[in-house]
Write a protein that binds this ligand. Structure first.
Ligand SMILES: *[C@@H]1O[C@H](CO)[C@@H](O)[C@H](O)[C@H]1NC(C)=O
Ligand SMILES: *[C@@H]1O[C@H](CO)[C@@H](O)[C@H](O)[C@H]1NC(C)=O
Ligand SMILES: *[C@@H]1O[C@H](CO)[C@@H](O)[C@H](O)[C@H]1NC(C)=O
Ligand SMILES: *[C@@H]1O[C@H](CO)[C@@H](O)[C@H](O)[C@H]1NC(C)=O
Ligand SMILES: *[C@@H]1O[C@H](CO)[C@@H](O)[C@H](O)[C@H]1NC(C)=O
Ligand SMILES: *[C@@H]1O[C@H](CO)[C@@H](O)[C@H](O)[C@H]1NC(C)=O
Ligand SMILES: *[C@@H]1O[C@H](CO)[C@@H](O)[C@H](O)[C@H]1NC(C)=O
Ligand SMILES: *[C@@H]1O[C@H](CO)[C@@H](O)[C@H](O)[C@H]1NC(C)=O
Length: 327
């Protein structure tokens, strides 16, 4: 799933003046040099890409410290000439993600490499990007596990690793990312159960884990956790469909008062529909079809006056009164 946000790239890189011999630009050149080297090393490891044409050293002076990557396509810098953004979505990049040396970018705030053909794994040293606020590696062919060290990126607001070949389980360290508002891990091969630590992410607005190989129950912690931490009271989207999630729907989900879309279809859920779901008055979409839910539809569902997409079909419910379309 893509984040629909207008691209703020805006070629900020062109606003930065060319390097001259002033004091400020000497320090900028010094800051930019290891970063330029790391980018060039990555470029050299990728298949030739037209979009990286500007990523090159000046014809002469290649060995002096007057090299800055700040005007290169997809790169933005701070006033000291250190790289703060690498934004190359859908740029036709082909090669290994792990050939990009993350420790070389101590000031990186935004990294967007979505929609390329990157392979390889997410290296553990991604955990050195302490300032990172958004990380989008979606729609590539990245494999392997999500490194535990991703839990070091405590300033992350958005984490999108969807549509890759990631496997293994969701690291519990994700629960350390207390500023996270968007977490998309959908359309991978992630297995294991959903770590209850996800319940620590009290600023979470969108949680999308659909089309993976997740097992185990929906952690009640998503809806109710120790009061010091607070509920996921901002969650508006929860997509867990098309996994192998089992157990019953925790009544605590009924605490997620801001929930607008709840999608649980095609799992192995059993037990009844908790009457507490009737508290979710903002729900417009509720998809629970193709599970093994039993019992009857709680009368509290009459409160869900904003629902315009409800599907409870293909369960073991005693009464089935509605069937609308899927997502
Ligand atoms: C990355 O870039 C794509 C394409 O412009 C955009 O849709 C997406 O929202 C960006 N990701 C983030 C986290 O901003
Ligand atoms: C890319 O990284 C791999 C290790 O993952 C390494 O063996 C290879 O030499 C690197 N390639 C380049 C061109 O740096
Ligand atoms: C190379 O450096 C010299 C002296 O520092 C400068 O005069 C010249 O313009 C530079 N050339 C390029 C291509 O940057
Ligand atoms: C999280 O966000 C808040 C406010 O937006 C900020 O003050 C804080 O430094 C951020 N980082 C962490 C690790 O909480
Ligand atoms: C990060 O999360 C792990 C697992 O939940 C926890 O053991 C660890 O103490 C956390 N680290 C920090 C710095 O909060
Ligand atoms: C899901 O996991 C099971 C083992 O737990 C494995 O046999 C199966 O191939 C996995 N499916 C996918 C799509 O990864
Ligand atoms: C979460 O909701 C609270 C009020 O319920 C609000 O103050 C806060 O700004 C919200 N956080 C986000 C990330 O939307
Ligand atoms: C969590 O939600 C429940 C039910 O809405 C509420 O009683 C409780 O006070 C909430 N806890 C916090 C910390 O907001």
């Amino acid at each position: 799933m893509a984040i629909h946000k207008s691209l703020s790239l805006a070629f900020l890189l062109f606003f930065l003046p060319f390097l001259s011999s002033s004091h400020a630009t000497i320090s900028s050149a010094t800051a930019g040099l290891p970063e330029a080297e790391a980018l060039l090393k990555w470029k050299a490891s990728l298949s030739p890409a037209q979009v990286l044409h500007s990523w090159s050293l000046p014809a002469t002076n290649a060995s002096t410290n007057t090299v800055s990557p700040c005007k290169w396509t997809g790169i933005s810098c701070n006033s000291l000439g250190s790289v703060t953004e690498i934004s190359l979505p859908s740029a036709g990049l082909q090669g290994k993600l792990d050939n990009l040396s993350f420790p070389s970018f101590p000031n990186l705030i935004h990294l967007n490499l979505s929609g390329n053909t990157l392979i390889g794994t997410i290296p553990a040293h991604i955990g050195t990007l302490y300032k990172l606020m958004s990380l989008d590696l979606s729609a590539n062919s990245i494999s392997g596990s999500i490194p535990l060290d991703i839990g070091n990126l405590v300033n992350l607001n958005e984490l999108d690793l969807s549509i890759n070949h990631l496997d293994a389980s969701i690291p519990s360290t994700l629960g350390n990312l207390s500023n996270l508002s968007i977490l998309y891990l959908d359309q991978n091969r992630i297995s294991g159960s959903i770590p209850p630590q996800i319940g620590n992410l009290k600023d979470l607005v969108q949680l999308s884990l659909f089309q993976n190989n997740l097992t185990g129950p929906i952690p009640p912690a998503l809806g109710s956790i120790p009061s010091t931490l607070g509920n996921l009271s901002n969650l508006s989207i929860l997509y867990l469909h098309q996994n192998r999630i089992s157990g019953s729907i925790p009544p605590q989900i009924g605490n997620l008062k801001d929930l607008v879309q709840l999608s649980l279809f095609q799992n192995n859920l059993t037990g009844p529909i908790p009457p507490a779901l009737g508290n979710l008055r903002n729900l417009t979409l509720l998809l629970v079809y193709r599970n093994q839910i039993s019992g009857s539809i709680p009368p509290q569902f009459g409160n869900l006056t904003n629902l315009d997409n409800l599907d409870l079909s293909n369960n073991s419910l005693t009464v089935l009164f509605l069937r609308n379309s899927g997502i």
